[in-house]
Design a protein around this ligand. Structure first.
Ligand code: FEC
Length: 302
């Protein structure tokens, strides 16, 4: 019997500064960025010390999930594909087809459903499958933003950063990638799912003052969801002494976490005289990775 295909999908990152142009062009659906926009992105990668650690951390996450499946007695083989850099999701699906995989479970390393995130990965995977091996079954885990182990891990990280600070003088800001505002009118559950995760973490960590903000909006000429985290820090500066930023939408250290939170939000807080701490990212947290293996195993049996 063939092993279960474990198809782990993530956003992808350029492997080197030279590859930022093809990566950015892919994100823009084949339209190259202006030289200024390209330089701005290169500057952000350089500010975090070179290429993003996303590929390496995602690999560790995927291997930990595979190990969790093996512990559960599931014979599985790992395939990793990304949205915007090789190997793409389609490359991973083609490899599964070549290996004769009959059944796979797809898991996106992003916990909340949106047409721009999980649904887009699902479309990439199923479109590739339909071309090369239509009989291969691929089940997709569509969301995992309320997974108890994720909530506990985030709550632990928030509590850790609040240590020594008066909770009444501290604002916890949960955040996630902004998306074009038009998704709300289209009935996308993204925003509600993010708020639900934030509410559960705040309750679990017993945080008296918290809010939610978006981050990392792109400049595409259309409105994106807000409020942006930098505006939220500014608006709340008179009321608090301390800020804890905790991303609930991203589960890996990468450009948007290390630059937008670790540098921009930190500097904005300092400028306004606020203390700033960033809750550590989930990365390959063993309890969360094991729980994800549990979800994959359940999806395989459904
Ligand atoms: O570390 C890294 O190198 C990659 C960090 C990274 C992650 C990420 C996650 C998501 N994005 C999502 C949607 C969009 C939409 C656009 C867009 C643009 C960018 C640009 C960079 C970038 N994103 Fe991203 N995203 C990451 C990086 N993203 C770089 C281009 C420059 C810029 O705007 O800063 C706009 C496309 C357009 O121009 O039309 C839309 C979503 C996620 C979270 C879910 C997921 O992982 O898929 C949704 C990580």
């Amino acid at each position: 019997m063939k092993p279960l295909g474990l198809l782990v999908m993530h956003y992808g990152t350029p492997a080197s500064i030279e590859e930022v142009l093809p990566y950015y062009t892919h994100i823009r659906r084949g339209r190259p960025p202006t030289p200024e926009a390209l330089q701005d992105l290169i500057d952000r990668y350089e500010a975090i010390g070179g290429p993003s650690p996303l590929t390496e951390i995602s690999r560790r996450q995927a291997e930990a999930i595979l190990a969790g499946l093996h512990r559960r007695g599931v014979d599985a083989k790992l395939y990793v594909g990304t949205k915007h850099a090789p190997p793409f999701v389609a490359d991973a699906v083609n490899q599964m087809a070549e290996d004769g995989i009959d059944h796979a479970v797809g898991l996106v390393l992003a916990p909340h459903f949106s047409t721009f995130s999980i649904a887009a990965y699902r479309n990439y995977a199923l479109t590739a499958r339909d071309k090369v091996r239509p009989e291969m079954r691929i089940d997709i885990v569509e969301r995992w933003g309320t997974l108890p182990e994720l909530i506990d891990a985030l709550a632990d990280r928030v509590r850790h950063e609040m240590d020594g600070w008066d909770p009444d003088e501290t604002l916890v800001i949960f955040s996630a990638h902004s998306l074009p505002e038009k998704i709300v009118a289209a009935g996308d559950p993204y925003q509600e799912e993010l708020l639900e995760t934030s509410r559960l973490v705040a309750e679990r960590a017993d945080v008296p003052h918290w809010t939610f903000a978006f981050q990392s909006a792109s400049n595409t000429g259309e409105p994106w969801l807000g409020p942006d985290i930098l505006e939220v820090i500014e608006e709340n500066a008179p009321k608090y002494k301390n800020i804890v930023a905790c991303t609930v939408g991203f589960v890996s250290d990468h450009l948007e976490v290390l630059f937008d939170l670790g540098i921009e939000a930190r500097d904005k807080s300092a400028e306004l005289g606020l203390n700033f701490r960033r809750a550590a990212t989930i990365n390959d947290d063993p309890a969360v990775m094991d729980a994800l293996a549990g979800l994959v195993s359940q999806a395989a049996q459904a």
